[in-house]
Design a protein around this ligand. Sequence first.
Ligand SMILES: Nc1ncnc2c1ncn2[C@@H]1O[C@H](COP(=O)(O)OP(=O)(O)OP(=O)(O)O)[C@@H](O)[C@H]1O
Ligand SMILES: [Mg+2]
Length: 498
Amino acid sequence: MDQYVLEMKGIEKSFGVPVLKGVDFSLKKGEVHALVGGNGAGKSTLMKIMTGVYSKDAGTIFVDGRETAIHDTHDAKNNGIAMIFQELSLVQTMTVAENIFLGQEVTKRGLRDTGYMNQKAHEVLKELGIDVDPQAQVNSLSVGLSQMVEIAKAMAKEARILVFDEPTASLSDSETRQLFKMISDLKAKGVSMVYISHRMSEILQVADSITILRDGGVVHSGPTAGMTLDDIILHMIGGGSGKKFDWVEREYDADGEDLLRVEHLKVNEKISDISFSLKRGEILGLAGLMGSGRTELLETLFGIRKKLGGTVTLHERPVNVKNPGEAVKAGFALIPEDRRKQGLVLIHSVKENAVLPKITQLTKNKVFVDERKADALVEENVKALNIVTDHIHKRINLLSGGNQQKVVIAKWLNMNPEVMMLDEPTAGVDIGAKSEIIDLMRKFADEGKGVIFVSSELTELMAVCDRIITLYDGKITGQINRKDLHTEEELQYAIQKK
Ligand SMILES: Nc1ncnc2c1ncn2[C@@H]1O[C@H](COP(=O)(O)OP(=O)(O)OP(=O)(O)O)[C@@H](O)[C@H]1O
Ligand SMILES: [Mg+2]
């Protein structure tokens, strides 16, 4: 037993409904232990118990073989346990250094020693190879960089047990590689890590052992060696067949009229001349590395960013949207990359979030919302997207990460837009939900509407897009018909090309 740095035995937790039903979990020194399972399986909850965010209803925790009480995050910290949350927990209005030292500010003669903390933060960041100014305000950072700062924050506390909850969901390829390098360095130092991800290829690459949760119970636990992708998926979904992301050629009029036409669009100095068109019924992919301009492009079409030049034509009529409200009226929808920042009102319920932009259409006599109609619509959403929630009145921040994302998608589907833009919509959703989202895109496009799909997961782009545009450094570098694409490597190669 002394080989384990941490053991959890018979852990139970209920939030009105049981979420963990007697879970055992053991972590060895210096291992990377993957925790996998569908959306809502209980992964984050188990780790929040380990890190003192939630208290358990029953069960025992051992640290270094000794029974240990972890009542709060303070207890966890004292035992060297830290967690990188799925929902980033940085304070947006503070600097990088202030975040890294949050809760353990260094003082000199009673005053906060900003100079020292900036210097120290600089060292931590440098050691981890993260290129960011310690004095930069966190809200000026990309999602990817914020994630890296979050890791630096945990490392600054000298954790020996580190939990990563979906760490790569918003990281670029090179940042992911950097993270894996960090993980192997930490491993060499004897740090033990729990790694939660829906990206199976990463699990196989990075994990020494795997524990699989289904519906709040462990269905498998053991070494990664000898396990295949199919083994894992089978345990996750429990019998039945896992849906694959197979490409099916779709029918649409590739020579028909343009639904959307973008000409010489200028977003900023870097993204200064973008032209492309989207046909009715077409699913267009935007592929590129992080920083290639995909998100900025979508945000400009949606009126979040100011268009500096060029024209946008929808149904042969010029559109000039100045804000998202006007974009919605014109027929655009955008499912944003960072759902917590832009996609959801966290203190509202599933239902309120799902019908939010549609509220005017469900209003009776222009004063009251037709609650029965709204309920029926949201119940339908929950069923169609397989959203795991006790009921539609549950507060959205109490749903698991992947299920929150599905509510964002439901919200925009309900608006019935002409052009649906999705920016990394499958980040953090499980394999089943990914194929549901892909099916939804197809169904939506089949109605003669258009989809613009941004994803860093090439497998998904390959599965659903009719045509893929590649972007590099703010410029369109190519355009490929899906039919002409044979392997993922070809696409990988195309997005790296200047
Ligand atoms: N504070 C809470 N109050 C009520 N229910 C909660 C709370 N936290 C989690 N739950 C519920 O517990 C279940 C498990 O959630 P958890 O976040 O652990 O799932 P997960 O495995 O991390 O899923 P995902 O892959 O989507 O992140 C979900 O049904 C969720 O709605
Ligand atoms: Mg989770």
